[in-house]
Design a protein around this ligand. Structure first.
Ligand code: FAD
Length: 382
């Protein structure tokens, strides 16, 4: 396999790098988990969209460039290398959009993708419930048929960005008599519709990174069903494959983190051949291995394949790699790791470490992914 990029891809990389160098906000934006920070991140998304860089791999008519998945990976590498802001629209861009491309109608694509690309509509994922996390098929929220659509009721939780987002997509039980995985319908709804109560959940840092969503006979029209009624589980598994396998955490994120780790290693006067030196080398190798694995995934998709249970392999790998990279950084910083202001370029490691601990939980816990790998990829007995 030839891993060198062709000249047009090289030119695209140069364009992205130059645009980011000229356009990135001079100061880090306020936290996306605050009202002000959310609004500033929306503005940033509009700047990306104006440069046609928000969604490069989408068709042009929706705001993209019809770029290949390899070019999208190149964009991601450059974005993370430059330290670009968190993508406030990530639930829509990386989870809902691939689901719509696979299962949505032409009308849904035309209506939903352009405002998603410009962050005029920011989406939240409303799947988890107090009694349904790992066991997603245990959801109890219901969708009851009404004139022209559905009435949604129940409670969702741990919905990232929902405190400030505009719309949400979720799974609802539309046939209470059916088996657990059947009788589920995948629906979208407006977070400001009558009957919706969004209750932000304050994290340890006080910021509402999540919210609970309470629904009381909330209307969702038939046009907002993805796939057929009763087929929600199948559609949801397609979203989950993207969340775990390709779009949510691209290799660029970890290549950039490994490079920053090497910078920290050099500044801290690390000795080659020491245990910490080996950890730094392992981190770089892990990031590169994930990049190569992803090239393989993209080649398989380009050849007409789909993302399935293999996505669980990637999810376990990137989430554990992230924890190792951050732990190594904290080891290198030593006692300074506990300071919020640890000095030049090192400030973000503590926050990155704390967030990395969530990686083995969100997008389906790693225990569950290991079960998927054992049963569905290795064919081990249940
Ligand atoms: C940062 C973050 C962001 C999130 N964002 C969203 C979001 O936007 N939208 C959304 O809907 N949800 C979101 N979630 C919720 C997430 O999907 C759930 O936390 C996750 O699915 C686990 O569910 P749970 O918390 O109910 O834990 P549980 O399912 O109760 O699991 C508790 C523990 O038991 C283990 N366990 C459970 N069942 C089994 C089993 N059968 N075999 C082995 N071990 C098992 C789990 O691995 C875990 O360690 C987010 C979570 C985090 C941490």
């Amino acid at each position: 396999m030839n891993l060198d990029h062709d000249p047009p891809t090289g030119a695209f990389r140069a364009e992205v790098r130059a645009w980011l160098a000229a356009s990135l906000p001079p100061e880090p934006l306020p936290s996306v988990n605050t009202a002000e920070g959310f609004a500033r991140h929306r503005e940033w998304e509009r700047a990306l969209a104006d440069a046609r860089l928000a969604v490069v791999s989408w068709p042009e008519r929706y705001g993209g460039r019809d770029a290949s998945l390899i070019e999208w990976l190149v964009f991601e590498e450059e974005y993370h290398r430059a330290g670009g802001p968190v993508r406030v629209g990530q639930n829509g861009l990386f989870l809902l959009a691939p689901t719509l491309f696979a299962h949505g109608t032409a009308e849904q694509l035309d209506r939903l993708l352009p405002p998603m690309a410009r962050a005029d509509e920011v989406w939240a994922q409303a799947w988890s419930e107090p009694g349904a996390g790992s066991d997603l098929a245990a959801i109890r929220s219901t969708a009851v048929r009404t004139e022209g659509g559905w009435l949604l009721s129940g409670q969702k939780t741990w919905s990232s960005r929902a405190a400030f987002a505009d719309r949400a997509f979720g799974l609802f039980r539309s046939d209470t008599g059916a088996e657990r995985h059947r009788g589920l319908t995948y629906l979208m709804f407006d977070l400001r519709a009558p009957g919706v109560t969004v209750r932000p959940i304050a994290q340890l840092d006080g910021e509402p990174g999540f919210a609970e969503i309470f629904l009381d006979d909330v209307f969702a029209g038939d046009a907002d069903v993805i796939g057929d009624p009763g087929e929600g589980w199948r559609v949801a598994m397609s979203t989950a494959s993207h969340e775990r396998g390709l779009s949510l955490r691209s290799p660029g994120r970890f290549l950039a983190a490994a490079d920053r780790l090497i910078g920290l290693w050099r500044r801290s006067g690390g000795q080659d051949g020491s245990a910490l030196g080996d950890q730094v080398a392992d981190a770089w190798i892990g990031a590169r291995a994930y990049q190569l694995h992803t090239f393989g995934t993209v080649a398989a998709l380009d050849a007409g394949g789909t993302l399935g249970a293999e996505a669980s392999l990637g999810k376990v790998f990137w989430s554990e790699l992230d924890v190792r990279i951050c732990e190594t950084a904290l080891d290198l910083l030593g006692p300074d790791a506990e300071l919020l202001d640890a000095g030049e370029d090192d400030d973000h490691w503590q926050a990155a470490y704390l967030f990395s601990l969530a990686g083995p939980i969100y997008a389906g816990t790693n225990e569950i992914q290991r079960t998927v790998i054992a049963e569905r990829l290795l064919g081990l007995p249940r």
